[in-house]
Design a protein around this ligand. Sequence first.
Ligand code: ZN
Length: 322
Amino acid sequence: MKRSVLLLTWTFLAFVACSSGAEETKTAPTDKVELKDPPLKVGYSIPFGGDKFELKNLKYAKSVGVDYVEVSGMSAFIDDQRNFKLSELEIKERLKWAKKNADEAGIKIWSIHMPFGANLDLSLVNETNRRDVVAKQGRLVELLEILEPQIILFHPSYYLGLNERDLRKAQLIKSAKELNEVVKSINATMVIENLLGPELLKDENRERPLLRTVQETIEIMNRLPNSIGSAVDMNHIKNPEELILAMGSRMKSVHIADGTGKHENHYFPCSVKGQNDWTLILAALDKAGYRGPFMYESAYDDEKDLMVCYKMLYNNYLNASY
Ligand SMILES: [Zn+2]
């Protein structure tokens, strides 16, 4: 779809949604726009720390077509030195508060974005440190059972040193197998997200994280148990449809955002700032049989834009297909 058409359509739909509510986007003042409902539910990533889990905010999101959330911001519970910041009792109380509000608003917790960083890296070479990462991440997963998430999402690594990639892969696989057992014990599915890596080197002393290309993601996923799934982030790789098709039914979750494949842009897909071809992406999601939420991890102005944008992308895809 031409980008100018996308922008024009988005401007029009956003105007209709603003002036008369998201439900009425089907009727244009002068011309009739028949928009078909898209197949997936809509979700978006919200941090634990802010006010997004307050009941009124969750209710608002639900009222404009959001059914799921991914919970991020786990740094509210654990610091970058792997120390829990709160007592377990306090963590449980906060999680219960969030779950109660989500239930009352009718919002389901689809996924948890687990914490990441140099000292929370599943692929650490030092065994004492790696075991401590697994222990702390595992304990956090057990506490997060309160939220009844379906998906627990991990980054495969942080930045790597030079020429240690193979060793890091082996360490990641060890950690993932161990954490997968904890994730299974709370009736959730573990997924590992592809990360940004347009070139191997981040700078002269560091390599980009693991799962930076389609080929590397395939290689590592093939070495992991089948019960561990893949999460495809649309702003971490150029032409994400290629990764979606390579993962197929192994893909259990997504991060919807636009970008250039070179930076952590997390642009809103209808902003026309990124380079993704959403028709190709939606076709790939269809072909892969993905049935989870259309989970935004992107900038947005207002929650009401999330469903409107997905609906527009979906109708563009339908019109391009036939
Ligand atoms: Zn992501």
